[in-house]
Design a binder for this molecule. Structure first.
Ligand SMILES: NC(=O)c1ccc[n+]([C@@H]2O[C@H](COP(=O)([O-])OP(=O)(O)OC[C@H]3O[C@@H](n4cnc5c(N)ncnc54)[C@H](OP(=O)(O)O)[C@@H]3O)[C@@H](O)[C@H]2O)c1
Length: 317
């Protein structure tokens, strides 16, 4: 089945649909997530982004399973990404097997190391203590990720929140190179250096928080509220969110907007039959750059492998 809206080719040869529905939310109500997934499938989404830590795998699995049963889509039509928790670096195979039970799937399409950080315990959005950090051995974590792929539990493996340097270090000992780096990217955080690096190494970039994550505890309304997007949106008779998503697509990345609102889910998918002008790109290219989620919680001067934010992002901040 053709992917509505288009796809990009991964270094495995598989296609990744360039719009995916994000599922990180304070709202983990199963019925709301299921309704959002079904609404997304109905308007053409074929890519779903989840993670162990979001608490959305189970509801996503239920929704997909009911869509397979009803014939709305088949397993081969959808692309499902999930991620290794920071507490699961010792055994990626056991972790993905748990995810597959939650998702009611035999394989995922993409399995990512969520962060370059290894923790003993983690409760989302609560501060970490010094004793929560464990020494990171990314080589052994990656071997476990490779094993997941060799066992057919995932079709591709990749990373998330990795700088160019961290990918470069990984490539030195990877048997299977990462297919994807999923990172924060929106018009206020262009990720130009990382995109150039990934393009040279045939690694696809996916944009998380492509709208700047308005109205979330981890995001900001600053991107959405920038008057430039209202101006560009009015000119094209589109919405601000559509302008931001279209901008991401025109940079050659896939975008993962999260919404559990049927109207906004449909709105975010209407980004294929029009384009931004070079004047729009010029204005967006001049916007002040500021990473919203800097990952301060992963930095400390004693037990974290990263004593400073500079070290966490290898200066790319
Ligand atoms: N790998 C990582 O470390 C990482 C980190 C963060 C996120 N992610 C992934 O990326 C996905 C997206 O990122 P995100 O959830 O942080 O941020 P986002 O997609 O940029 O923004 C989500 C917020 O925007 C609202 N929204 C959605 N469409 C809208 C529209 N058309 N107009 C106005 N508001 C709209 C949503 O509310 P409603 O639901 O009410 O519409 C929600 O509050 C996540 O869900 C997750 O799957 C990955």
């Amino acid at each position: 089945m053709a992917i509505v809206g288009g796809s990009a080719e991964l270094n495995t040869g598989a296609q990744i649909p360039i719009i995916g529905l994000g599922t990180a939310s304070m709202n983990t109500n199963e019925e709301d997530i299921k309704a959002a997934v079904i609404a997304a499938l109905q308007v053409g989404y074929r890519h779903f982004d989840t993670a162990r830590v979001y608490g959305s795998e189970h509801a996503l699995g239920k929704a997909l399973n009911s869509a397979f049963q009803s014939g709305l889509v088949s397993r081969e039509d959808v692309f499902v990404t999930t991620k290794l928790r920071n507490t699961e670096h010792d055994d990626p195979v056991a972790a993905i097997k748990d995810s597959l039970i939650n998702l009611q799937l035999e394989y995922v399409d993409l399995f990512l190391i969520h962060w370059p950080i290894k923790l003993r315990t983690e409760i989302p959005l609560t501060p970490l203590k010094e004793e929560d950090f464990l020494p990171l051995d990314i080589k052994s974590t990656w071997q476990g990720m490779e094993q997941c792929m060799e066992m057919g539990l995932t079709k591709a493996i990749g990373v998330s929140n990795f700088s160019c340097k961290k990918i470069e270090d990984l490539l030195k000992h990877a048997k299977i190179p990462p297919a994807v780096d999923q990172v924060e990217m929106h018009p206020h955080w262009h990720q130009k250096k990382l995109r150039d690096y990934c393009s040279k190494h045939n690694i696809h970039v996916s944009a998380w928080s492509p709208l700047g994550a308005p109205n979330t505890p981890w995001g900001s309304n600053a991107v959405m509220d920038n008057p430039l997007f209202q101006e560009i949106a009015q000119k094209h008779e589109k919405t601000r969110a559509q302008v931001m998503l279209r901008w991401g697509l025109e940079q050659g990345v896939s975008v993962l907007p999260k919404s559990y609102n049927a109207g906004r889910i449909a709105e975010n998918f209407q980004v294929f039959d029009w384009s931004l002008t070079s004047d729009d790109h010029d204005k967006i290219s001049k916007l002040e750059q500021k990473k919203i989620q800097q990952g301060e919680l992963f930095v400390n001067s004693t037990t974290s492998p990263y004593k400073t934010l500079e070290e966490l992002w290898d200066g790319e901040i």
